[in-house]
Design a protein around this ligand. Structure first.
Ligand code: NAD
Length: 272
């Protein structure tokens, strides 16, 4: 009897994203992949968009293996036609779009200070990190309107708020743009039942940052500023994105949602 009650409780677990469709850019790895998995486990049908087709299909397989719903679409977020297509694909595949996670981004290994950074590195970073979010919204927001509202989450970074001693001028500028664009979008669409928030991760132990902080010295130079004394995990960002995507955050819009191990709060950190 007790066992049956427990079984019923477990199978009737409240799914935080039931009946919702989520489109996640950069879903082939890191934050995007972890979020795709978590959203699917919470009942969402997930569309994974990326330029890395092998990684994207792997994310979908991981989700399907759990008996959950996901589909992959190739999309370079710096291209308008690809973004228009990924949104149309989501609506065609699952009927509507409710959650848009503009998460794809790059951190170029030749991104440095203003003097030594090439114009091509600046342009590439801006095209993906900033124009990609703009295109996601340009085509995604009409779809959210058609669904009666929804949640947009744009991945910015703690570097939108703090200067870093390891220079990455294009990346930092691009994340500042994502943060301010998110604020304005939130205000513009507030009366349409569309919420827009910027997720601002701290330094994470994902490939993106570890490739950039490619020596132990560079890693330590970053770690020393993090009160928690460790890099964050992509899974921890997925949990934050889940809150912003779900109706639990129904009164949250226009925020810089920091998930950063305390880095932006710190003036002096404890000894590691
Ligand atoms: P990641 O490299 O694991 O994932 C980024 C994904 O974006 C990859 O799958 C990549 O193929 C995809 N991508 C790159 N260019 C693309 C394009 N033009 N179109 C579509 N997809 C493209 O890195 P991550 O750490 O998971 O990063 C996700 C987001 O989080 C990025 O916007 C990044 O700037 C941001 N972020 C990361 C950190 C960190 O420390 N890792 C900190 C703050 C913010």
């Amino acid at each position: 009897m007790l066992r049956r009650k427990l079984f019923v409780q477990l199978t009737e677990k409240h799914m935080r994203l039931q009946h919702k469709t989520a489109l996640i850019t950069g879903g082939s790895s890191g934050i995007g992949r972890e979020t795709a998995l978590l959203f699917a486990r919470e009942g969402a049908r997930v569309v994974v968009a990326d330029v890395d087709d092998a990684g994207g299909n792997e994310t979908v397989t991981l989700i399907s293996n759990e008996g959950l719903e996901a589909a992959y679409v190739h999309a370079d977020v710096s291209k308008a036609a690809d973004c228009e297509h990924m949104v149309a694909f989501a609506e065609k595949t699952y009927g509507a779009l409710h959650i848009l996670f503009n998460n794809a981004g790059i951190m170029h290994s030749n991104d440095d200070d203003a003097v030594s950074t090439e114009e091509s590195v600046w342009d590439l970073t801006m095209n993906i990190n900033v124009k990609g979010v703009f295109f996601g919204c340009k085509y995604g927001i009409p779809a959210l309107r058609r669904a009666g509202g929804g949640s947009v989450i744009n991945t910015a970074s703690f570097v939108a708020l703090l200067g870093a001693a390891t220079p990455q001028i294009a990346y930092t500028a691009s994340k500042g743009a994502v943060l301010s664009m998110s604020r304005e979008l939130a205000i513009i669409h507030a009366r349409e039942n569309i919420r827009v928030n910027a997720l601002c991760p701290g330094p994470l132990r994902t490939e993106l940052l570890m490739k950039f902080l490619n020596t132990e010295e560079k890693k330590q130079r970053r770690l020393v500023h993090i009160p928690m004394g460790r890099f964050g995990e992509a899974k921890e960002m997925a949990q934050a994105a889940l809150y912003l995507a779900s109706d639990e955050s129904s009164y949250v819009t226009g925020t810089e949602f920091l998930v950063d191990g305390g880095i932006t709060a710190a003036y002096v950190t404890p000894e590691l």
